[in-house]
Design a protein around this ligand. Structure first.
Ligand SMILES: [Zn+2]
Ligand SMILES: [Zn+2]
Length: 91
């Protein structure tokens, strides 16, 4: 990545992202965050930096993997209305 500048915005606008489908990492690398870079990523990978999984952010809410709503694996009370930023296991 040394010296790699985005060809659309002429900056290092990249962020780490993963394309995960069905629990499998299909692609891992850097995606652009500028509009035209994101459009390129959508065409090339099917998603862009705002929809792909962020492997370095605990609060990732990518629609395909993490999602804004917690998957109800271990039944709790309705977690659908929770903001979801402060999820604590147990208690
Ligand atoms: Zn860019
Ligand atoms: Zn995610």
């Amino acid at each position: 990545m040394a010296g790699a500048y985005c060809m659309y915005c002429i900056r290092r606008c990249f962020v780490s992202r993963q394309v995960i489908v069905g629990g499998q990492v299909l692609w891992s690398g850097h995606m652009a965050t500028c509009d035209r870079g994101k459009r390129h990523d959508r065409e090339a990978l099917g998603m862009d930096s705002s929809t792909a999984h962020n492997p370095v952010w605990d609060g990732c809410e990518c629609p395909n993997v993490c999602g804004p709503k917690q998957v109800a694996t271990a039944t709790g009370s309705s977690a659908t209305d929770q903001p979801g930023t402060d999820q604590r296991a147990g208690s």
